[in-house]
Ligand binder design. Sequence first.
Ligand SMILES: Cc1cc2nc3c(=O)[nH]c(=O)nc-3n(C[C@H](O)[C@H](O)[C@H](O)COP(=O)(O)OP(=O)(O)OC[C@H]3O[C@@H](n4cnc5c(N)ncnc54)[C@H](O)[C@@H]3O)c2cc1C
Length: 381
Amino acid sequence: MEFEVPENVRLMRDTVRRFIKNELEPISQQVEEEEKIPESIVQKMRDLGFFGLSIPEEYEGMGLNTLGECVLNEEFGKVNACFRSRFGTNNGIGSQGILIDGTPEQKQKYLPRIASGQWTAAFALTEPNAGSDAANIQTKAVKNGDVYLLNGLKHFITNGDVADVATVMAVTDKEKGPRGVTAFIVEKTFPGYSVGKVDRKMGVHGNNTSELVFEDCQVPAENIIGGVEGKGFVTAMKVLEKGRITIAATCVGTAQYVLDQSIAHSKQRVQFGKPISVNQAIQWMLADMAIAIYAGRQMIYHTAWCRDQKQRVTQQAAMCKVYCTEMANKAADYALQIHGGMGYMKESPIERVYRDIRLTRIFEGTSEVQRMVIARELLKD
Ligand SMILES: Cc1cc2nc3c(=O)[nH]c(=O)nc-3n(C[C@H](O)[C@H](O)[C@H](O)COP(=O)(O)OP(=O)(O)OC[C@H]3O[C@@H](n4cnc5c(N)ncnc54)[C@H](O)[C@@H]3O)c2cc1C
């Protein structure tokens, strides 16, 4: 296997590192308190191509493969998670349904706008009564001439409040279960579309989730992803599979960040007349973090490489998500312990990371759902 990071990704990684250091780090605390990323920073992220990292060059994106996207996501994991969330849906759940299963016309119409960041893209699967059991969604789509009328409520939708377009899963045939779910491309200007409640959350404060409300929302029939009814659940699962790998990569970056902070703090914090880093109890926490980060990074690189070779990675992607999210949560916990009381204070970035990282074990499939996927693969004939 070739583990060399390609030249174009290395250059992009340098740009990302500089941008994080010079532009994002300095405003991280302000964004946390104001719960809003300044529009000037969003524009800079557009200008740098962050909204189109994973979208092919023919649709005006950067054309990174999965491995390249993971390398960059690791960097984005080292700074306030809200920044990546702002453009993450454009690279992931908001665009991938169109990219993987869309018709040529749909790709041509939507992907360039998503890649440039001119439009923000969201993904609307979850409903109040259908979270882990996503096949149980209730949002209905009924054909009425040239349009479908969508009725229902989606919640916890990342970037829902700022989305210009969303991939929305709705039931077109109740009798068929998951095979009766269809994916629609819904623009915010379509009659009957509105943004509902914006959530107050535990973390990721600069980026919102919200409800999306559909009341006889008129969606042209040509906006069914791939043009065929009943394929929406499979499309959603393909989209989520890729997201599992890229979220895992972000977690490796976060774990590396808290390890680096912990090493620095343990060397300079003096108790009992010596830096706390001389204590084996502290050293073992640092060592365990480093082991797990190394393991997680290898899993991701390998899985991303396999996906880029067009191999099936259902089980591996779920393994990456469950391992790296739980690993990063544990690393944040160790880091807080090593920082002592200071780690619990708002002035320390560790306090924010400890809250932000908790989400990764829940969204895009909980740890329990990942284990279900892995076990299903293990037990199938
Ligand atoms: C900040 C945030 C952003 C999100 N962004 C999006 C988005 O952009 N688009 C979108 O569609 N959704 C989004 N979600 C929704 C997210 O994907 C769901 O919250 C998640 O899938 C879990 O569903 P739930 O919250 O309904 O929990 P539930 O399904 O109610 O699960 C509750 C608990 O029960 C466990 N559980 C459920 N069933 C089983 C089982 N069979 N066996 C064992 N344990 C089980 C779960 O693992 C969990 O621990 C987001 C959520 C959050 C919090």
